[in-house]
Ligand binder design. Structure first.
Ligand code: PXP
Length: 250
């Protein structure tokens, strides 16, 4: 089964657009849980553009499923994570001017800071996942750094899938993920996926036997406007796991 991590950042985006108290990501987590979410993900950005400190604290106190805390590798966030002790931390790159996380971590240039962060988080018994591009050498570095999991960036894949019009070209795109995921799994790391997954592409993850978790936000929150959050989560979980949706070579 592929676990579904529901990213609630965009519930908070809607709230912050009017600097209101609603909709509340903490309340949203209850509906996500009822829909079958396996964990709740949120990203506390340095500029606090959506999720606020209060959200992370309350989510950690109230949800009955694991909290995956997404954060940049900074001293401020590390302090917060060690106080909070979420089940998992996913380290992501962060740029102030980006609309959303644009690429994976540069694990080579950030090796030293990542190593320190991973050691600190693991001392606090927090599972550490690194958000990275699909590349075998990158997986080797993640292993060397002691990561428990990798979250493979699906942004490019989702874009390319849109312009891949034949089964052959679509399956070729998945092959890259299959090879890299197998490698990461053989190295002993959990394999997660995330970014840009939606109701038209998430079922492709079914072709990756090593896929353990998908973290999905924007598409679920957008669909929730029409069908409600629990239903949107339920539908996404079905796309990730129901064999009826598994892509076939046509
Ligand atoms: N995984 C990571 C590491 C992310 O940074 C994001 C975006 O915040 C997501 C998953 C979710 O992406 P999306 O909102 O496109 O589903």
């Amino acid at each position: 089964m592929i676990r579904l991590g529901v990213n609630l950042d965009h519930i908070a985006t809607l709230r912050q657009a009017r600097l209101e108290t609603y909709p509340d990501p903490v309340q949203a987590a209850i509906f996500a849980e009822l829909g079958g979410a396996d964990n709740i993900t949120c990203h506390l950005r340095e500029d606090r553009r959506h999720i606020q400190d209060r959200d992370v604290k309350l989510l950690q106190e109230t949800i009955n499923i694991p909290l995956n805390f997404e954060m940049a590798c900074t001293a401020e966030m590390l302090d917060l994570a060690t106080q909070l002790k979420p089940s998992a931390v996913t380290l992501v790159p962060e740029k102030r001017e980006e609309l959303t996380t644009e690429g994976g971590l540069n694990v080579i240039s950030m090796k030293e800071s990542l190593q320190k962060a991973i050691n600190q988080l693991k001392e606090n018994k927090i599972l550490v996942s690194l958000f990275v591009e699909a590349s075998k050498p990158v997986m080797d570095v993640c292993k060397e750094l002691g990561a428990d999991a990798v979250e493979i960036h699906t942004g490019d894949f989702c874009q390319k899938l849109l312009s891949a019009h034949t089964s052959k070209s679509q399956f070729e795109l998945v092959e890259e993920f299959q090879t890299v995921s197998k490698h990461a799994s053989e190295l002993g790391m959990q394999v997660h996926f995330g970014h840009g997954l939606n109701y038209r592409n998430a079922y492709w993850m079914q072709l990756i036997p090593e896929a353990e978790e998908a973290n999905i936000g924007h598409a679920i929150v957008a669909r929730a406007v029409f069908v409600g959050l629990s239903q949107a989560v339920k539908e996404m979980k079905d796309l990730l796991n129901n064999a009826d949706h598994k892509p076939n070579w046509i």
